[in-house]
Design a protein. Structure first.
Length: 139
């Protein structure tokens, strides 16, 4: 096994060297393409005329913006509403007696539950399904 590795070593080293050279050439080509695109972009930007700024218009817009900011940052003169004064008696008595007592349960219905969970709609739906089944069986 050691002799096989010794025979293959020069080929492997040459293959690794060739692969590194190919990768380096590919990276150089990509870098050149990127530089070309950057140069084209820079050329387009440099040829574009600079926008003309009117100083008077700029000053009026800046003054308007400053006035808007000052208006937003100005303290407000809104006085919060005070809560209405409630006497101590009302504070205690209202929670105690604000609700009426529920009516007592009748002894007749106490502890009883309905015998059936069926309602008119479920029974009607069951009847319709039964009729459909009977019609399918008859056909």
């Amino acid at each position: 096994m050691a002799t096989l590795v010794q025979h293959m070593r020069p080929y492997i080293l040459r293959y690794v060297g060739d692969s590194e050279a190919r990768m380096e050439q590919m990276m150089d080509r990509k870098i050149q393409a990127i530089h070309k695109l950057l140069d084209a972009f820079q050329y387009r930007v440099m040829e574009r005329p600079a926008p003309i700024i009117d100083a008077a218009t700029f000053q009026t817009k800046l003054a308007s913006l400053c006035a808007d900011v000052d208006a937003l940052l100005a303290p407000t003169d809104i006085v919060p509403e005070s809560t209405p004064a409630v006497s101590n008696d009302e504070v205690v008595m209202t929670p105690l007696f604000c609700y009426t007592m529920p009516p007592p349960h009748s002894s007749f219905a106490a502890g009883k539950r309905p015998h059936s969970a069926h309602t008119f709609h479920t029974e009607q739906a069951q009847r319709l399904r039964k009729k459909e089944r009977q019609q399918l069986e008859a056909d």
